[in-house]
Each structure stands twice: as C-alpha cells, then as structure tokens.
Ligand binder design. Structure first.
Ligand code: GLY
Length: 393
C-alpha cells in the first residue's frame, strides 16, 4: 500500500507545467509528421502505423488532448486542429460495432458543444448515446462489449455516461433505464466485495444468465487488471454526476480504496495488481493516469460529505501525478520518443503496446495535469491537509 507523501502545489506546479509543455510538443509533432493519423500505441517509442489494433477505440484520446491544450492555452491553432480532428470522428456516432462511443465523443464533441452550444454538435452527442444503447442485451440487462452478446466489459463503465447524457438531453426514461440497468449488472457481476473488478463477465447469450468472470487483458479471470479497476473507479464516479445515486458513488469509492491499497510505494501501478514479482510485473503508467484523474473527480464528489476521504483521494492523485512526472515516465528529455508518457501497456497477452506510450495514457495524464493546473489558476481553496505547512499538530 502506497502512503501518500505531503505535497504542496507550489512544488507540483512546475512539474505539471513541464508535463503540459511536453504534451504540446509531442501532439504537435504528431500532427505535423502524420496529419489526420490517429495512432493507438508506440513501438519502441514511435507511433505505430501498421500494427494490429485488436479493436479501434482510441481516436477520441488524440483529439481530446487537442481540446485540453486549446482550452488551457486559448491558442487558435490548437482550437482549429481540435475541431478538424473531431470532425474526422463524426461518422462514428452511428458505429454499432463498438462499445467505446463515450471515449470518442465525451472527450471531443462534449467540450466542443459546451463551448459553442451548436445544435449540430448536441445532436451528434445524442445520436452517439442512442447508438451505444442499441448494444443493450435485455435478458442480461447489460451493454454488450464488441466481443459479442455474451460479453460484458468493465471498460464500458467509462462509456455509459454518454447514454446518461443523451437520456438527460432528450428526457428519455427508456434510455436512462438502460444505463441504470447496465450499472447495476456491472456492479453485481464484475465488482467484487473487496472493491476489485473483473475485466469481463461471460453470460449465456440466449438467456442472459451470468456464467463466470473472465478476462482478455488481465492476468487471469480472478486478478485485478489494473486499468479495468481504474476504468471502474472513474466510470462510476462520472455516472454518479448524472444519477446522484449513492450506490454509484459507493462503488467508485470502493474501487478507489482497493486501488490505493494495492498500489506500490512508488505510486506506479503494475499492469495487473496480481502480476507476480519479476519480469511479468511491468508498469502500466496509463492505469496510474486514469486513476489520478478519476481520484481528482472523486475528491470533488466526496468533499462535502466526507472531507477526510476527499483529502486522501486528492493527495493520492497528486502523488500519482508527481510519480508520472519523473523523467523515467515523462518523455520530456527524450525528443525521439513520440508519446508523452512512457511505460504503458495495451494488451500484454497479444504483445501490443507493451512498455510503450498509449494514447489513452497520454490523454488521461494530460487531463489530470490540466485539472490540477486549473485549480491553481482558478485560485480554488487548497486542501489544508495536503499542505504540511498548515499542519498545526
Ligand atoms: N480496451 C480498453 C483497454 O484496453 O483498456
């Protein structure tokens, strides 16, 4: 279990600004070297142009970084580039073959719509939510993964918010009921009593009856695939912002507590918390980045009801980010490395993107960095317990 060290924002701030500057350079280099190209992971530090994808779910993370950079810098080139790359993804609003429409549209069309109130962008978001809802299996009461009707993935918890969004914007109770049912089925069959998660639930595709937990990317069916746990932590937290259902917040907190209990002292998670020591136990920086951003959200969501818990989550997120800002992980001093964050893992068993940069790792790292920097810029009250200078004991 990692014990968060006291950190002051003044110490963290230059490290985060360096990380932000690094992301700007890496994304701009990619745009200039390979226009309109949406890579997913690197091979020896170079964005992979021809490699296998397993499933194509990542385009929103590149365009999403452009929105984050555009918002923080106010720079017109970044804004027009973000719009251009987002527009290239618009056709995906009708894609029934994937479960990842939240990843694609919530990081692109949502910030775009929030900044313009353009009704066309609004409609794209609604259509994407309605399209994802078509994947609902009525007998099993879950949204099927891209694998098939028998399969429920923990990752879908990060995508179901787009159905909540569409349901709210169209005032559609049937759409809302689909999203609610998916969350409860996932909680029942994939979230374990200790707060850990399985990657997949396998069901009888005819009857919808739950058969067993399973995995594609984790060590085994019983293990804690670290990124899946981070998806659940962040996903249930986001769902709570739509539902205000304390069951959703409770799952997110249980995921967070389990994640932090299993996190090593270094604050860098292995790709699977059950990976044995030795060559198999390699880092997944992307899981750390997702968890950091999810913990920052959870710190806000718990601030009024549980201030101590909120402070613990915030400090853990700061420690995670601080660890990722070290040169071992941040590719700042390495101009030949094309991604921002080194040492991520996509699919260990298939040998895809292992110990490489992965686009979602770069996105969630940048998102978390921007969240903390925005807190500093907006002058929001600092968390006294995170600041040892305020320790009166
Ligand atoms: N397929 C989602 C992930 O690799 O986390």
């Amino acid at each position: 279990m990692a014990v968060p060290q006291p950190l002051v924002l003044e110490t963290l701030k230059p490290r985060l600004e360096r990380a932000f500057a690094t992301a700007q350079i890496k994304v701009r280099n990619l745009v200039e070297a390979s226009p309109d190209f949406f890579p997913m992971y690197t091979s020896q530090g170079r964005w992979n142009h021809g490699g296998a994808l397993w499933t194509d779910w990542c385009a929103g993370f590149l365009a999403g970084q452009m929105w984050l950079i555009a918002e923080r810098t106010g720079d017109r080139w970044w804004r027009s580039t973000a719009e251009h790359y987002s527009r290239l993804l618009e056709y995906k609003q009708h894609d029934r073959e994937v479960h990842d429409l939240g990843f694609i549209f919530l990081n692109t069309y949502l910030p775009w719509y929030q900044q313009t109130a353009d009704p066309h962008l609004h409609q794209v978001l609604i259509t994407a939510g309605q399209t994802l809802a078509i994947r609902f299996h009525p007998k099993g009461q879950y949204l099927c993964s891209f694998i098939g009707t028998q399969s429920l993935f923990i990752d879908i918890m990060m995508n179901v918010p787009i159905i909540y969004y569409a349901a709210r914007e169209t005032n559609d109770p049937a759409l809302r009921a689909i999203a609610d049912a998916h969350c409860r089925t996932t909680e029942r069959f994939l979230v374990r009593p200790n707060g850990g998660t399985a990657h997949e639930g396998t069901f009888n595709p005819e009857t919808g009856q739950f058969l067993h937990q399973s995995t594609h990317q984790g060590l085994n069916a019983e293990s804690d695939w670290t990124r899946g746990l981070a998806w659940s932590l962040y996903g249930y937290g986001t769902v709570y912002t739509y539902t205000q259902n304390l069951s959703d917040l409770d799952v997110a907190c249980r995921n967070a507590d389990h994640f932090l209990n299993r996190l090593p002292d270094s604050f860098i998670p292995p790709w699977d918390f059950d990976a044995p020591a030795g060559a198999l136990r390699i880092a997944d920086s992307s899981a750390g980045a997702i968890a950091a951003s999810g913990l920052l959200q959870l710190a806000q969501l718990t601030a009024s009801a549980s201030p101590d818990r909120s402070q613990q989550y915030q400090l853990a997120a700061w420690n995670l980010l601080d660890a990722l800002c070290h040169d071992q992980f941040l590719a700042c001093a390495n101009p030949d490395w094309e991604g921002t964050l080194k040492h991520g893992v996509y699919h260990y068993h298939r040998g895809l993107g292992v110990d490489e940069s992965v686009m979602w790792g770069d996105f969630f790292f940048l998102e978390a960095v921007c969240k903390v920097l925005a807190t500093i810029r907006n002058g929001q009250p600092q968390n006294a317990a995170c600041d040892p200078r305020n320790d009166q004991s």
